[in-house]
Design a protein around this ligand. Structure first.
Ligand code: SF4
Length: 346
């Protein structure tokens, strides 16, 4: 079991640490001079999240990253996250230049769902509506009817089930099973997983829960079913951050990438956060609860791509247009759901 780290240390916003101040200043200047904005995921390093906040960019989950980039007037989007997030930005913004800090920053879900095998799987089940998680390549999205993120997945599948549709789901089997349990939809699942969330361990989590009975357990649904079963709240990164802010508990055990603690500490500075136990062993674990591909992002790499124009995302136009249809369907659905909620609460 990994040593459970405590994330109580308050964040300071007035001064940049000395070793980051120059790089932060350089990126700020480059963003301005290149008419660029920084769109960062919650799992990136806190220096990147902070810089996105300080420059009017965005720090969010992949659904809001896509929305923000689409609505922002900047000509260049620097997407700090993993490659599929850069591709999603390009799918939605063909007229913009999309740069990512490291082209090698991938995702085990994307890697685990190659388009040729996925196409065969879809072709073998033509009666099913194809729904893919955002963590996929543009080519896989192009073969789908719907793209969803974890913040909207349950609602979309419920909607399709209510319309009498049977689902083919890819690539995350844990998220797929979780949605299936909640909605009762007929879902055929692709067999892939997130290496980070899959490493959370139920037995060790139950033991930690016993040691800290006052702590609420927050779990991302890419985690195994036994871990989800121990959760007080299951949800997307945005949902878990809201729970950290809103629940009365003063401490939390969190089963998702530990990059999220930056935002959790920001919205709940007096609360204490512990990592849920993973398969690693304390100090010997290189990537306990932290995605090695998200960790490839850095301020220096952001400065480098802005200076050189390297690592631009390009997508074949035929694939882009098809992937856009499936992605736009989700964004329109999310907008309708939001409007209905506003009308309901007005
Ligand atoms: S944390 Fe998991 S799902 Fe997210 S990018 Fe890394 S491997 Fe992919």
């Amino acid at each position: 079991m990994s040593t459970s780290r405590n994330y109580r240390t308050p964040i300071r916003h007035h001064h940049w640490p000395e070793d980051q101040a120059m790089a932060a200043h350089r990126v700020k200047t480059l963003l301005k001079s290149h008419d660029a904005t920084l769109v960062a995921h919650y799992y990136t390093d806190e220096s990147i999240q902070r810089l996105a906040e300080e420059t009017g960019g965005c720090v969010s989950d992949s659904l809001d990253m896509a929305r923000f980039g689409h609505n922002h007037k900047a000509r260049t989007l620097v997407v700090a996250g993993v490659r599929f997030m850069g591709e999603t930005a390009k799918i939605l913004n063909p007229e913009k230049r999309v740069l990512i800090p490291d082209l090698e920053a991938t995702c085990s879900l994307d890697e685990g769902c190659p388009v040729d095998q996925f196409t065969k799987f879809c072709n073998a089940h033509p009666d099913r509506t194809v729904v893919v998680y955002a963590n996929t390549s543009a080519a896989v999205k192009a073969r789908a009817d719907w793209v969803v993120t974890s913040s909207i997945a349950v609602k979309v599948i419920q909607h399709l089930k209510d319309r009498g549709e049977k689902i083919l789901w890819a690539p995350d089997k844990h998220l797929g099973r979780y949605i299936q349990d909640i909605t009762g939809a007929d879902m055929l699942l692709w067999n892939s997983a997130c290496i980070i969330h899959e490493s959370f361990k139920a037995t060790a989590l139950a033991a930690l829960k016993k040691q800290k009975p006052e702590a609420a357990v927050l779990v991302h649904p890419e985690s195994p079913a036994e871990v989800i079963a121990l959760a007080d709240v299951v949800g997307s990164t945005t949902r878990l951050i809201q729970a950290a802010r809103d629940l009365p508990n003063t401490s939390f055990i969190v089963a998702t990438d530990n990059g999220i603690f930056y935002k959790m500490k920001q919205v709940a500075p007096d609360k204490t956060f512990f990592e849920a136990p993973t398969a690693g062993h304390g100090a010997t674990c290189e990537s306990c609860a932290h995605c090695p591909w998200m960790a490839m992002n850095s301020l220096d790499k952001i400065a480098h791509v802005l200076e050189t124009g390297d690592n631009e995302i390009h997508i074949d136009e035929g694939i882009r247009v098809q992937a856009l249809q499936a992605t736009q369907r989700m964004l329109d659905f999310a907008d309708r759901a939001r409007q209905q909620l506003i009308a309901h609460t007005a």
